[in-house]
Design a protein around this ligand. Structure first.
Ligand SMILES: [Zn+2]
Ligand SMILES: [Zn+2]
Length: 289
């Protein structure tokens, strides 16, 4: 299965220059999912009650190996030929205080990211894209570890119950067409319902709509909300998508995002829930690992 997903992403990189860089970075992230080095965070995460109102990662300490992150960043920067876009990137990867950067990325602190970008003379948008993708394997493992700390069936919340991100897409799953929201960052899926905007809770059918190509409404579409002007992509699936396939489908459907933006909709710039965390370097945990 994983091989197929990797092959699809590589094919996408060949076929579509517009998404080629991201496709190869996603491939690198997926190939790193099973690296045991991400397991170090088991030492710092604690399990919580699934009834809690905030994401399971909120107020946690996250053990991370910054050298592993730096290595993966170099691999991704090379695959995506990012130095062509951001000449200062190699220096950034070599010299940036990685613990501080990861803290900023995990908390989605846009102001602080702006400051780091100015210090290092790199576009914050480029840092955001790289930082988000490089953290996916660590988040993938965090979601596995914290799976029993979240209620994915009945909370009916908009943000990811593990990491607080907004969903990047939704599945309309099986014959029952149950709506499941999916987090692109950590892979978590959680149940939602139709006829409600996941971003602002609007349930007024007069301001909820959809965009779909002729004959595609049931298989893939964009749900829109005219209260908050946000959109979410929705795909019909038979069984739950793996995290790797969430990344693949997200990228393969890039044309839907373009259509949504052209129609005046956007995805929220701020996280669904502003989590606060403490990033703990692996060196402080090494004797326990
Ligand atoms: Zn998440
Ligand atoms: Zn809305």
């Amino acid at each position: 299965m994983l091989k197929q997903t990797i092959a699809s992403l590589e094919q996408l990189a060949t076929d579509d220059p517009e998404v080629a860089r991201v496709a190869l970075m996603y491939r690198d992230a997926i190939l790193a999912f099973d690296d045991p080095l991400w397991d170090i965070t088991r030492l710092t995460l604690h399990h919580a009650s699934p009834e809690q109102a905030h994401p399971a990662l909120h107020n946690q300490s996250i053990g991370i190996d910054p050298d592993r992150v730096r290595d993966l960043m170099r691999t991704m920067a090379s695959s995506g030929k990012l130095a062509e876009l951001a000449p200062g990137l190699d220096r950034f990867i070599d010299t940036q205080d990685m613990i501080r950067f990861l803290q900023v990325m995990i908390e989605w602190d846009v102001d602080e990211l702006q400051r780091i970008g100015e210090d290092q003379d790199i576009e914050p948008a480029a840092l955001l894209a790289l930082g988000n993708t490089v953290l996916m394997p660590q988040f993938h493992r965090i979601a596995e570890i914290l799976a029993d700390s979240v209620d994915v069936e009945s909370n009916d919340i908009g943000f990811c119950p593990v990491c607080g991100s907004w969903p990047g897409m939704a599945e309309q799953r099986g014959l029952a067409k149950q709506l499941w929201l999916r987090c692109v960052r950590c892979g978590t899926g959680w149940k939602s319902r139709h006829q409600k905007c996941v971003f602002c809770d609007n349930t007024d059918h007069k301001t909820l709509g959809y965009l779909a190509a002729e004959g595609e409404r049931e298989s893939r579409r964009i749900n829109t909300c005219n209260e908050c002007d946000c959109y979410i992509k929705v795909f019909a699936t038979v069984t739950p998508l793996t995290h790797a396939d969430v990344l693949r489908v997200d990228l393969e459907s890039f044309v839907l995002d373009v259509g949504a933006v052209d129609a005046g909709y956007h995805q929220p710039a701020q996280p669904g829930f502003p989590i606060e965390v403490a990033v703990q370097p692996a060196s402080e945990l090494a004797d326990r690992f």
